[in-house]
Design a protein around this ligand. Structure first.
Ligand code: CDM
Ligand code: ATP
Length: 297
């Protein structure tokens, strides 16, 4: 028995850091949406009872450090599953990039194993389990577009943005999420106008979305890694309508209305940046997808 499932990347259209909590996390208010750049997860049932992982990229861990492994181990333990699984991950999402690649692999593994092991769990149950692996996993379980609060694990589905192109570009550095949150200076941080972004999405107001893109973590990453600022400037110069860093970075995304301009920006950036992708936003209806409408291939 085998299940194959897509694990798409996310971008943060808006990311506000509200306060530091006693548990070491920060209280956040974020608007996240999926883009159609995805890893592929192949899950094959395994009678030995073991969980094994293979990854197409040699530098991603293939043991219990892998978030997909952790997702399988969590389900197996909690629901006393005797079967094991072999997980093959075809990586397409840049790693340590601010695009939630590992979190999406974990979420896809939870959804895929829910089918393979016939557990009958709801998306809410899978999202709650996912939060034990990482703050971004719950959003990745639901997908679509959402307002995320708490440490990022409280998810409310909201309208998707209008159809837009997205250029993703990652400079050749990895950024630690922990380091970036650790360097936020809340007394002088610039905050996002989340309500204005929510209104823009509600009204399908493309220019309003462009105007209210904001990420409180961006100033921190830009100060530590000036190459991210350089990439942002280049993307603007080549003609993106609006540009922002995703998550804790270092990936920068540009939103673009027209395909012709996307091609121009893509070709321009390819000249000096190795990891560039031209993708579309994934648009969904304004409700959480049911488990059987997920990304099972
Ligand atoms: C930057 C974002 O990607 C935006 O979507 C997320 O907020 C980060 O989500 P994530 O990568 O799943 O992060 P986690 O694995 O849960 O946490 C990694 C580290 O980031 C810091 N962290 C993360 C989330 C949060 N709300 N506050 C934090 O301070 C903590 O130091 C934590 O130890
Ligand atoms: N399935 C996986 N894919 C990618 N990285 C993984 C995976 N499992 C564990 N990791 C580890 O997690 C680290 C962060 O990788 P990931 O690509 O998830 O970062 P990210 O996109 O910055 O995440 P986020 O946006 O959620 O903060 C990597 O350095 C890698 O060692």
């Amino acid at each position: 028995m085998k299940v194959s499932i897509k694990a798409p990347a996310k971008i943060n259209l808006s990311l506000d850091v509200l306060r530091k909590r006693n548990d070491g996390y920060h209280e956040v208010k974020m608007i996240m949406t999926m883009v159609d750049l995805a890893d592929r997860i192949d899950l094959t049932n395994c009678d030995s009872g073991k969980i094994t992982v293979d990854v197409s990229e040699g530098f991603v861990p293939n043991d219990e450090r892998n978030f997909a492994y952790q997702a399988a181990a969590l389900l197996k333990k909690k629901y006393k599953v005797s079967a094991g699984v072999h997980i093959y991950i075809t990586k397409r999402i840049p790693v340590a990039a601010g695009l939630a690649g590992g979190s999406s692999d974990a979420a896809a593994t939870l959804k895929g194993l829910n089918q393979l092991w016939e557990l009958g769990l709801t998306l809410d149950q899978l999202a709650e389990l996912g939060a034990e692996i990482g703050s971004d996993v719950s959003f990745c379980v639901y997908g679509g577009t959402a307002l995320a609060t708490g440490r990022g694990e409280i998810i409310e589905s909201i309208p998707s943005p209008p159809p837009l192109w997205v250029i993703l570009a990652k400079p050749p550095i990895g950024v630690s999420t922990k380091e970036i949150y650790g360097n936020v200076k809340l007394h002088r941080a610039k905050h996002a106008d989340t309500d204005a972004m929510l209104t823009a999405l509600e009204n399908q107001d493309t220019d309003g979305i462009f105007a209210h893109l904001h990420n409180t973590l961006e100033d921190v990453t830009l100060e530590l890694y000036p190459e991210v600022k350089h990439l942002k400037d280049q993307m603007k110069r080549f003609g993106a309508d609006a540009v922002l860093m995703s998550g804790s970075g270092p990936t920068v995304f540009g939103l673009v209305k027209t395909e012709s301009r996307v091609n121009r920006i893509y070709n321009g950036l390819r000249g000096f940046c190795e990891e560039v992708h031209a993708v579309r936003l994934i648009r969904t209806s304004n409700t959480c997808p049911k488990p059987d409408e997920s990304d099972i291939l």
